[in-house]
Design a protein around this ligand. Sequence first.
Ligand code: KIV
Length: 274
Amino acid sequence: MTERAPVTLPRLAEMKEAGEPIVMVTAYDYPSARVAEEAGVDLALVGDTAAMVVLGYPGTEAVSMDEMIMLGKAVRRGVKTPLMVGDMPMGSYESSNELAVQSAQRLVKETGCQVVKLEAGGIAVERARAIVRSGIPVMGHVGLTPQSINTIGSFRAQGREESDWGRIEDDALAVAQAGAFSMVIEAVAEPLARKLTGTVPIPTIGIGASVACDGQVLVLEDMLGLSPRVPKFVKRYGDLGPGIEKAIASYAAEVRARSFPGPEHTYPMKGKKP
Ligand code: KIV
């Protein structure tokens, strides 16, 4: 494979301009980061979905900054080419611009991510603007914003009634005006996602927001069949769960039958057969 140049913000803007689809996937650890690198994705997101997918919490609101930093450091060791996006966990940016900038700086300095993402609507637009002004690029996130689950009540798709469009459009425009370089659009009806993508001057990355977006993102474990949750918008590109379970069961059976380790896995004394 020819060496790929690291993905940059200007390259992503160019891709939108050229109508070239942008590929983002989540990564929460070193092995998944290496796989994302080898697969040639454009962006690797250390998403706060890690809370549920790899840490076993019931929702994204539980994950802490320290946990996100530990995961991000592992991802950094595995990715060279994709732009690495660090997700700002709930509680790390809402209360003031100062906190938002400090948290973004911490993510960048301690994990090595190049950009941060935050669920930006309402007051969070101001936080996004402050982070951009501090010199850290920001990816916004509009539509369904899982950190607000206690306000919105359920993980239902947004913008399925035209009366909802104004609020989501306002958020998207405000995020772009705040200086974000890109935004995730999550679980939004297709006509609205198309309208937003045509309106905002920055690349939109959809998840459950149709093919009309400039790019797509999926949670790696969801697409590989490794997580029990399967939202409507997930396509399973693999079903690795049963294969892994079968491999572990075979290992357990061989250990119990004392057929593993065999001679080929055993160190004999020098000059002797095992
Ligand atoms: O945390 C995450 O994985 C995300 C994606 C769903 C975009 O924000």
